[in-house]
Structure formats: C-alpha cells, structure tokens
Design a protein around this ligand. Structure first.
Ligand code: 13P
Ligand code: SF4
Length: 327
C-alpha cells in the first residue's frame, strides 16, 4: 500500500530547528519585565513554542505544582489553563498568580461540576474521592486527594484498601489506573475533548507509514488507542521515555505543543504528531489561548489575576498537600 493511500493527509513530523530565531522584541520585553517585577513564568508543555522558550520552567501538571509550591518569586505568571493557575494560587495564597487569558479553561474540568459532585458525596458519604488535577478548585475542595497523570498510579495505590474510590473527572485516565493498580474504582464520565479525537484507525494508519516508531500515548486517550501504545505516560515522562529509548522516531499521542519540548530537549530525534480522524495534529483550543501579547500585557498590568475566597483555598489545599506528600 502506498503512503498516499494510507494517509488521508500528510503526517506532521517535528524535528529540532538547528537555527532558532533570535528572541522577538516582545519576548525580550517580557524577560525584562519579569526581572523588574520578581516574577516567574511557569509553562505547561502544551503552550506555544515562543512562550515555552522564555519560561523559567516548562513541564507537566505535577512538575508545575511542585515548582509553584517552591518558588520565592512575588508573582507567578501561569502559562497554562485555569485549573493549573488555580492550583498555583492554592499553594501560594499570598502571591499574585496571573493567567494571560482567563478564558483558558479545560473541557475535562468542565465535565465535573462541583454541585453534582457534592450531591454524589451526600448520597455516598463513605466514598473516597480521588480527583485528577484537571478540575476546579471547588471540586478539589470536595475531594480527599488529588493526582496528576504523573502520579495517579502511586496515589491510588496509597488509598486505604477498605475504601470505595470514586475517580473524577477523567474516565480514560481512571480506567488506565484501574488496569495498572488492579484497584476497582467508580469512574466519573468525563473526558478531554482533544485526547479522545485520536482513534484506533487514525493511529493504525500512521503506524503503517512508520512501523518501527514507538507509539507514546497520554492516558487521557481512549482505551483502544492506549492499547496500541508502547508507552502510556504523562507529558513529562514522554521526554524521559523518548530519551532512554534507542529509536530515533516516535509517534506522540497528545497535544501538539508537546512536540516543541521534545524537539528542544532531544534534538537528534524526530516526532510524528499522532493524527486524529480528521487532522494531522491535535491542538487544545484552551491551551492555545495564551499568546505572547497576552503574556506581555498580563505581566505589565498584573492582570488577569486568579482570586479565590480564603475558605476555598484552605479546603482545596488539603487534598493537594496530601498528593504532594504521597508522591
Ligand atoms: P500532564 O500533567 O501529563 O502534562 O497533562 C495535563 C493535561 O492537561 C493533559 O491534557
Ligand atoms: Fe483540558 Fe484536554 Fe486541554 Fe488538557 S488538553 S487542558 S485535559 S481540554
């Protein structure tokens, strides 16, 4: 079968740019402002390349939460989505936490409204709630412990054995964790709109073109896609997996921003963005709301700022701190 009949469209292959462009004047200005204001820029792996390049730390949700807990900067500019910036604020109530675009939400977080979870909790008071960090602060405050894709297996393994667990809000991650731990859990029926776009058929087509490339998938992918993967892991672990694996080419099943981090850190390897059923790449529309101009404006104006009532911060702190202690 020829390549053209296998693919509906050309696959996107990412390689290291050996001649990176100099920083733009706006990027230089941001670095200057950051210094003047004693700010730190924390950036998720899915952000655009120009933001990743000027950030102090680029990583997954777990790494970002750890960095947020440790920083001595006065201002945290969070280049990611709303629940991540909220987590940074919960861990640093006295600091100013900025998010370049307040509309940068998350479909997964939206799939678990706090009033519905509160209702479940009222009817099932003994259930132990493990919440994936991709949820609102109100949901965190109702939960017993938080986890990220990087530590979910470890966290669930730590839950007392006599407890019935409800895992919110991602049913795909929850299902994968059940398989890894052998622990039965009730799963909230939420999912990430972007990761569920990868299909068994779209990845099988890609594999026909690159039969030797290991497939690396995020656990938010659906089960039939995860089953095709050589490794299922958080975005941070994708970097170490590809570094330690002797292959030169990998098929990556997560948001496209990840390719920037991978090509920067592993310049001698190539990464194929996993195609969905209808597109060669998979951008999260929320992650892509942050731009260099919005980052500059938010640092300059110290706005938009994450603000939360003290009582909510206090209640959401406990399960996050439990996570940090357990992992
Ligand atoms: P990671 O913690 O693995 O980076 O995942 C965050 C996320 O939002 C995945 O869609
Ligand atoms: Fe949420 Fe999915 Fe975007 Fe991650 S990729 S922030 S889970 S919508």
């Amino acid at each position: 079968m020829s390549t053209s009949t296998i693919s509906k469209f050309d696959l996107q292959v990412f390689k290291h740019n050996q001649f990176p462009l100099a920083l733009s004047s706006e990027q230089e200005e941001i670095l200057k402002l950051k210094k003047e204001k004693n700010a730190v820029i924390l950036c998720h792996n899915y952000q655009i390349d120009s933001i990743q390049k000027i950030s102090d730390y680029v990583g997954d949700s777990l790494g970002l939460a750890r960095q947020a807990a440790q920083t001595d900067a006065d201002i945290i500019v969070f280049c990611g989505v709303h629940f991540m910036a909220e987590t940074a604020k919960i861990l640093n109530p006295s600091k100013t936490v900025l998010l370049p675009d307040m509309d940068a939400g998350c479909s997964l977080s939206d799939s678990c409204p706090a009033p519905q979870l509160a209702d479940y909790k009222k009817k099932n008071p003994d259930t132990y709630i493990v919440a994936y960090v991709n949820c609102s602060a109100d949901v965190k405050a109702l939960s017993d412990v938080i986890c990220t894709s990087g530590n979910a297996v470890q966290i669930v393994n730590n839950v007392p054995e006599d407890k019935e667990i409800l895992f919110v809000p991602d049913q795909n991650l929850g299902q994968w964790v059940m398989g890894q731990t052998g622990r039965k859990m009730k799963l909230w029926p939420g999912s990430c709109y972007a990761h569920v776009l990868f299909t068994k058929e779209s990845i099988e087509r890609c594999r026909l073109e690159h039969p030797n490339a290991p497939v690396v998938a995020h656990p938010e992918c659906i089960e039939s896609v995860r089953d095709l993967a050589d490794e299922v892991c958080s975005t941070e672990k994708m970097v170490s997996y590809c570094r330690d694996n002797s292959s030169n080419t990998f098929i990556i099943l997560t948001e496209t921003g990840m390719m920037h981090r991978l090509t920067r850190e592993l310049p001698n390897k190539s990464f194929i963005a996993g195609p969905t059923g209808h597109c060669a790449c998979n951008d999260c529309r929320f992650m892509k709301m942050n731009t260099i101009s919005k980052l500059f404006d938010c640092l300059k104006n110290k706005s938009p700022e994450i603000k939360m009532p003290d009582s909510l911060i206090k209640n959401a702190q406990k399960p996050i701190e439990r996570m940090l202690n357990w992992s």
